[in-house]
Write a protein that binds this ligand. Structure first.
Ligand SMILES: NC(=O)c1ccc[n+]([C@@H]2O[C@H](COP(=O)([O-])OP(=O)(O)OC[C@H]3O[C@@H](n4cnc5c(N)ncnc54)[C@H](O)[C@@H]3O)[C@@H](O)[C@H]2O)c1
Length: 427
């Protein structure tokens, strides 16, 4: 391993700090600085890893399993201005995990300094910014990768291999759903406004659409979509939290009811805003129809109002010779205090036309205690390979983040105009 890799981060919140910590786990001593509007989230996360109070749970699926993080990590040089950080610290890798609305500006700074770039998804949230990121990085001579974090899980890799090997023949169509059983989470913090995330398609579906593209290996051509907000938003003050609310013992969405009735752990303090606030202006359910090269079709739908045990993510990949039934959530169970998945399995079931009636191929993939269905550690290792000049197909190139972001923007445009949107990808 290259002990000289110098890693910095722009936007050291839950994701950014978790990425830095994972880099430290793989390459101790590699992180040199971070930049953020304020350092509160970094301090809280790092204190958690160092066992001095704090809270690592905000890292969610990106959180690393415990290891001996060096105590000096908490004293990494901090900058408010990312440009100044790059000028003074001269890192050779920069992780970008600021608000999605800031990604394009951060990419622009990084390209001026010629550093390797690890960009959180979505690559940006407006069409001009998404195209700008693509223009800046399409022929970039350094590493530029986007963290599409469902790739690299054993079940994703296995499904992709089956489809690419022709185990269900030639792909004909896909039916994919994401019923998010922690959907309220997105409405309890900054991700609930168009200004910051664009839409929950850009925030969430960007992963699923990328997976469909990655598994079937085809380029999407056009998208039609519908969407609306049915559950979240309302007339409550924007700064109201469940803690301060008079209805906290009676409200169906209250974090207190979820704790008392359903044993769900309390979210961290920054994620306790009322889900019926005025400022909420994004859809909470969407349905897409997609046409790919050669007339292959896909349907995709996401909702943010699935009950805990109703969480589903996956779908059917239908081929000329059979069907691959792909499910991220098989059997799963969260720890009532920490929210960690103490039990988690994903499944693949392949059924083929000429199988005998009782035959099928079934796989079960265990991901208990490893984030993103078992992918987080694999992607962390893959990233090091990329940064050391090697190959890691599971770490997505910017092109793939660009395509899935453009699909989300096309779906948003279709929802707003009522028209089918033809993709103009300029690959
Ligand atoms: N790939 C994944 O699975 C995954 C998971 C979670 C989050 N994310 C992505 O990571 C990014 C951050 O999300 P998060 O959950 O860590 O949020 P967060 O709120 O915990 O962290 C975001 C941080 O960015 C900082 N920030 C905002 N604007 C900034 C700016 N202009 N300059 C510098 N810092 C700025 C904030 O102060 C905050 O500390 C988002 O783009 C999100 O989509 C990806």
């Amino acid at each position: 391993m290259d002990p000289k890799l110098k890693v910095a981060c722009i936007g050291a919140g839950a994701a950014g700090t978790s990425h830095m910590v994972r880099m430290e786990k793989n390459l101790p001593g590699c992180c040199v600085a971070f930049s953020d509007l304020n350092r509160a989230a970094f301090d809280r996360n790092v204190a958690g890893y160092l066992g001095s109070g704090g809270d690592t749970s905000r890292g969610g699926d990106l959180k690393s399993s415990s290891f001996a993080l060096r105590p000096e990590f908490r004293n990494l040089p901090y900058y408010q201005d990312p440009e100044e950080m790059l000028r003074k610290e001269k890192p050779d890798v920069v992780i970008i995990a600021s608000y999605c609305s800031h990604h394009a500006a951060a990419v622009e700074i990084c390209t001026r300094h010629g550093v390797n770039i690890v960009l959180e998804k979505p690559i940006a949230i407006t069409e001009p910014d998404v195209r700008k990121v693509w223009a800046l990085l399409r022929n970039y001579p350094k590493v530029a990768t986007v963290n599409l974090s469902l790739r690299g899980s054993p079940v994703s890799e296995s499904a992709r291999r089956h489809i690419q090997n022709g185990d269900i023949g030639r792909i004909v169509s896909v039916q994919f759903v994401n019923n998010v059983h922690y959907g309220d989470n997105y409405f309890r913090g900054w991700m609930r406004t168009h200004k910051h995330v664009g839409s929950l398609l850009l925030q969430k579906a960007t992963h699923d659409l990328d997976l469909i593209n990655y598994f079937i290996g085809l380029i999407p051509e056009s998208v039609a979509a519908f969407g609306s907000r049915q559950v979240y938003g309302g007339n409550k003050p924007n700064d109201l939290t469940c803690d301060a609310c008079d209805e906290k013992r009676t409200c169906f969405m209250s974090i207190y009811r979820r704790k008392v009735d359903a044993s769900k752990p309390f979210p961290p303090p920054g994620k306790r805003l009322c889900v019926f606030a005025k400022e909420i202006d994004i859809n909470d359910n969407e349905v897409l129809a997609i046409r790919y090269q050669g007339g292959v079709t896909a349907s995709y739908s996401q909702t943010f109002n699935a009950p805990h045990h109703g969480g589903q993510r996956g779908g059917y990949f239908i081929g000329t010779e059979g069907i691959l039934d792909f499910r991220y959530y098989g059997d799963f169970e969260e720890h009532p205090d920490t929210g960690a998945y103490v039990k988690g399995t994903s499944t693949i079931k392949i059924t083929r036309f000429n199988d005998r009636p009782g035959s099928s191929l079934t796989e079960v993939h265990d991901w208990a205690n490893v984030g993103h269905f078992g992918s987080s550690e694999h992607l962390g290792e893959g990233l090091i390979k990329l940064l050391q000049g090697g190959q890691s197909p599971i770490n997505a190139p910017i092109r793939d983040g660009y395509i899935s972001a453009m699909m989300c923007l096309a779906a948003d445009r279709s929802i707003n105009t009522g028209n089918v949107v033809k993709l103009d990808l300029d690959l």
